[in-house]
Design a protein around this ligand. Structure first.
Ligand code: ASP
Length: 417
């Protein structure tokens, strides 16, 4: 997530706005049919893993497990457990950025195609591997979804350890946010509210405002003991609270499929806020007869279009993976009547895998900034990272709204690019 998303939007979004009327959105994908929809040509499907970019380091080992006969859901768990266990991935599991009260709350859900079972947990504190807890829900109960304290007690009962998920680094970033940014949080009005307006012009020159604000925050980051190399990254997380999640869909050579999604959700969210990730049909959906899909990005928007389910249903009715994903993205855009002033604060990436091994990664925008496109990871015999096909030309902007950062400030920081 980078600062320069916003100034690029000035040109790219304006380009995209022209001609927008409700559902008639100009799309990059319409003009550019990517190479991502090729099914396997052999009889049996090629074992395939598709996941979000932060799963890359864990896919090779998971693929070997899949090839050796490992279950598709257990394969997905091997991928997503990597970021869950990594204290430096601050979007998932241990080290996830906390809610506005400084408490890490995790969400996850999964679907096991071969047995057509599903499990989900939401708002879980103190339990790191919520992906595995979501599987335990269907293994050990007759329920599909458990939330909050009940989900935690269930996890402990089936053997998951309680542990502190707030790393020192995430705690300091939260403190920085509390001290300097708490008036720019997730209380309303949100962009979907009819009373929401874009920010008014500031009286001070923008460059001056930014310089003051960034230097002030950087100094406080230093005072809080955040290591010098990470101070600007911490400032960035405070100014533009990041999202982050991992989804993984898996297919084996028997044609069995599973999907799983896990997250710490939006940084500094309201306590109890649950996004799309643990919602079966939004953050993840797998139908053994059709395919599997999952999502990362603006959870509130994805819930409203039941994104993963919409995509799988689209494929059931004959759409190719890319087309199916694009249709879900168009529904998100339609919910704002194609209003680019609002849509630029929304972003979404879908990971789509059809039962025959055809796949696609699609995103609402091209990425966060030029040179930082949305990517996803695929392994179907060869591990690689691919660029997602965007619906809209241009780059999304971080929420909350803020005026553009001056060029000279960006040039002077590794993180403010
Ligand atoms: N979708 C997640 C949520 O809204 C966040 C993300 O994917 O970045 O909680």
């Amino acid at each position: 997530m980078t600062f320069s998303r916003r100034d690029f939007v000035k040109t790219s979004v304006l380009g995209a706005v022209a001609g927008v009327g409700g559902s008639a959105l100009p799309t990059k994908a319409d003009a550019d049919d990517g190479p991502q929809n090729q099914p396997s040509r052999s009889g049996a499907p090629k074992p395939t893993i598709i996941c979000a970019h932060n799963g890359y380091a864990y896919v090779e080992a998971a693929y070997a497990f899949l090839k050796s006969g490992g279950d598709t859901l257990d394969t997905g768990i091997r991928v997503v457990k990597g970021p869950e266990d990594d204290p430096n991935d601050d979007s998932v599991g241990l080290g996830g950025l906390p809610n506005e009260e400084g408490v890490v709350e995790l969400d996850a859900c999964c679907m096991h195609g071969p047995t057509r079972r599903a499990g989900a947990v939401g708002g879980v504190r103190d339990i790191k591997n919520v992906s595995m807890v979501s599987k335990a829900v269907f293994e050990h109960t007759g329920h599909v979804m458990l939330v909050g304290e009940g989900a935690e007690r269930f996890a402990v009962a089936v053997g998951f350890p309680r542990e502190n998920l707030l790393t020192d680094r995430s705690r300091k970033i939260w403190l920085l946010w509390k001290e300097f940014n708490s008036d720019r949080d997730w209380w309303g009005p949100g962009i979907a509210d009819p009373h929401w307006h874009p920010p008014a012009e500031q009286s001070k020159p923008q460059a001056e405002l930014w310089r003051d604000r960034i230097e002030h925050l950087r100094q406080r980051a230093a005072d809080l003991g955040i290591e010098p190399d990470f101070q600007m990254a911490a400032v960035q997380r405070v100014l533009f609270p990041p999202t982050g999640t991992i989804h993984c869909s898996v297919l084996n050579e028997k044609g069995e499929m599973s999907g799983i999604t896990t997250t710490s959700g939006l940084a500094f969210k309201l306590p109890g806020r649950v996004g799309d990730s643990p919602i079966i049909a939004a953050g993840c959906y797998t139908d053994q007869d059709v395919g599997s899909a999952g999502a990362t990005g603006s959870g509130e928007e994805n819930i409203k279009v039941a994104g993963a389910h919409t995509i799988v249903e689209n494929m059931r009715h004959g759409m190719a993976p890319q087309e199916a994903g694009m249709d879900a993205l168009k529904r998100i855009a339609r919910n704002y009547n194609g209003d680019m002033t609002k849509l630029r604060y929304v972003d979404m990436t879908y990971y789509v895998l059809r039962k025959d091994g055809a796949y696609a990664g699609v995103s609402l925008w091209e990425g966060y900034s030029e040179g930082h496109p949305h990517t996803f990871v695929v392994h179907d015999g060869t591990l690689r990272s691919e660029v997602a096909t965007p619906l809209l030309k241009g780059y999304s902007q971080e929420w909350p709204p803020f005026p553009p950062i001056p060029e000279d400030l960006k040039k002077n920081s590794e993180y403010l690019k």
